[in-house]
Design a protein around this ligand. Structure first.
Ligand code: NA7
Length: 534
């Protein structure tokens, strides 16, 4: 063990959070190593190269805000950036701040074990190499453990098949091909509308329709970019003030406080505006009041019926088991119109479930469909899945996966009792929302904690049991009354393809981002007295 390479901090993951954490820890003069499974930086935007992948948040609101110079230098070409451009941006950031020299690529972490005698973490890669570090920071993302469906025969298919989050680096052509897409979440929707443009024939296998709304993306002219840059300060300030750090935030009015005509006009306006406004900027009671939710759902259902020519197909595309906004709203670009195309068919798996994947295609309860390509847009083992993949052990060898068996328990979404010197970025029970905004705050808070440790010679930082209990209770209480917590989705931790993930749990902090920051700021202002520091 004496030969282990020693670091002050090891960060797992070189996505948006890992890159920024490295930048900040360097400022503390720390010796930092970032371990990254991929061959490049970018995390989510490195892995998710599927056709049509792009932001649903405004590009500029999603960018890093910490460097004036970076903000001045980088120009976005579209209001909602595509994956290739976003990946270029993150590479630009890595180059600009010379981050690569502390990143080990192809370094997938298999295990991280805390050793109380050394007050350090021993980190082991899949290839067996080992490192030791005082602090361990997980920057592994809430949506980074892809899950394949547990349909029999998946391995027997003889054509090409891809999970959207493991898309090859080379372009895949759909020209003249018979293509299947399984899954109609935010990823499936983006994939379907893109693949439909060129596929010989596309068959969409839908188990649960989602409520989608128009993205209304457009190009940014150089003049507009100049104007946007001039307004960056106010824009980032607004993101700090809104509920979930988006440019959009709840309308203070209740659904029934306005006349029917006003309501309709408001919804028409939101439906015609780019981005998440219709989800994040709707009436304040939309996600808590059943009658209010039913009304907006009926409005969006009417839109779907207007856009899809065949009423039977439209009917299949309208969700019946959940209301608008209670799952993540996929933003779309002519998604519904895809079903008016001659080369696209929709298979409703509630009527005819998939029985198996066959060597030549997909067999449902009533037909066999031959395919050249199958795309699995089947999602992720969300929030805790990326932790479960790593053998993380704390004091006395306690496994994090076991500790969280009944659901995650954290202190501020950042620390876990029994796992000293480990901090999580975008972990369970932290404020997510517009992710980079939340990431910057998370990173700065963790950096503040480590700065405090440095200044006071502290070598063991741990959340107390009481601190964890109080935060976990708080997060659960915040979730009470939210219609989204009554629905199966990745947000409630349900994944039909993962053992033990069939029941809903509270996976996310659902309070406001400003309230989250106020709570964390208060802890820091009191020198982290709530924690066990030594
Ligand atoms: P999601 O939103 O979890 O969607 C996964 C989709 O795959 C969803 O439509 C599922 O249907 C479907 N699915 C999963 N397993 C199966 C099987 N076995 N058979 C048929 N259909 C299946 O993941 P996304 O990648 O779209 O998006 C995740 C988030 O990433 C997104 O919200 C953004 O925030 C970024 P189901 O609804 O479970 O019936």
């Amino acid at each position: 063990m004496a030969t282990l390479k020693q670091y002050d901090a090891i960060v797992i993951g070189a996505g948006i959070s890992g890159l920024y954490q490295l930048y900040r820890l360097r400022e503390l003069g720390m010796k930092v190593l970032v371990l990254e499974a991929g061959t490049g930086v970018g995390g989510t935007w490195y892995w998710n190269r599927y056709p049509g992948a792009r932001f649903d948040s405004e590009s500029y609101s999603y960018a890093y805000s910490f460097s004036e110079e970076l903000l001045r230098e980088w120009n976005w070409s579209e209001h909602f950036s595509s994956q290739p451009e976003t990946l270029r941006y993150l590479n630009y950031v890595a180059d600009k701040f010379d981050l690569r020299r502390d990143i080990l690529f192809r370094g997938r972490v298999a295990a991280a074990h805390y050793r109380d005698d050394a007050r350090s973490w021993d980190v082991t890669l899949e290839d067996g190499s080992q490192f030791r570090s005082r602090f361990l920071i997980t920057a592994i993302g809430p949506l980074s453990a892809p899950t394949m469906p547990t349909i029999p025969g998946v391995d027997t298919f003889q054509g090409a098949s891809f999970h959207t989050a493991r898309w090859p680096h080379e372009a895949v052509s759909f020209e003249g091909k018979r293509v299947a897409v399984i899954g109609t979440g935010a990823t499936g929707v983006q994939t379907i509308q893109e693949v439909a443009k060129t596929a010989g024939h596309l068959t969409v296998f839908q188990r649960t329709p989602n409520w989608c709304a128009p993205l209304l993306n457009s190009k940014i002219s150089p003049e507009e970019m100049t104007r946007l840059k001039a307004g960056y300060k106010e824009m980032f300030q607004r993101c700090q003030e809104t509920f979930a750090c988006f440019l959009h935030t709840q309308d203070p009015r209740g659904t029934f406080e306005v006349s029917e005509a006003e309501r309709e006009a408001f919804w028409e306006k939101l439906y015609a505006e780019p981005g998440f406004g219709i989800w994040q900027g709707n009436f304040r009671d939309m996600l808590t009041d059943r009658a209010a939710n039913a009304l907006i759902s009926a409005f969006v259902a009417r839109k779907i019926r207007q856009r899809v020519k065949d009423p039977a197909v439209a009917g299949k595309l309208i969700p019946t088991n959940h209301g608008f906004g209670t799952r993540r709203v996929p933003l779309e670009t002519k998604y519904y119109e895809v079903y008016n195309q001659d080369n696209v068919a929709l298979v409703d798996l509630r009527e005819t479930p998939i029985e198996r994947i066959a060597p030549a295609g997909i067999k449902t309860s009533d037909a066999e469909y031959p395919f050249d390509i199958i795309v699995y847009a089947t999602g992720f083992d969300a929030v805790t899945g990326s932790f479960d993949r790593i053998d993380i052990r704390g004091v006395h060898g306690l496994r994090l996966k076991d500790k969280w068996q009944a659901g995650p328990e954290t202190y501020l979404g950042v620390m876990v009792n029994g796992f000293p010197n480990m901090a999580m970025l975008m972990g369970p029970h932290t404020a997510l929302g517009n992710i980079p905004r939340s990431i910057e705050y998370n990173v700065e808070w963790v950096t503040g904690l480590l700065r405090h440790a440095q200044a006071h010679g502290l070598t063991r930082l741990e959340a107390t049991e009481a601190g964890v209990e109080s935060w976990t209770d708080h997060v659960k209480a915040l979730g009470a009354g939210l219609l989204s917590n009554e629905i199966d989705s990745w947000m409630t931790g349900v994944n039909s393809n993962v053992a033990g993930r069939q029941t809903r749990r509270i996976n996310r902090y659902s309070g406001s981002a400003p309230a989250y920051r106020a709570r964390c700021d208060a802890v820091a202002a009191q020198d982290y007295q709530e924690m066990a520091l030594d």
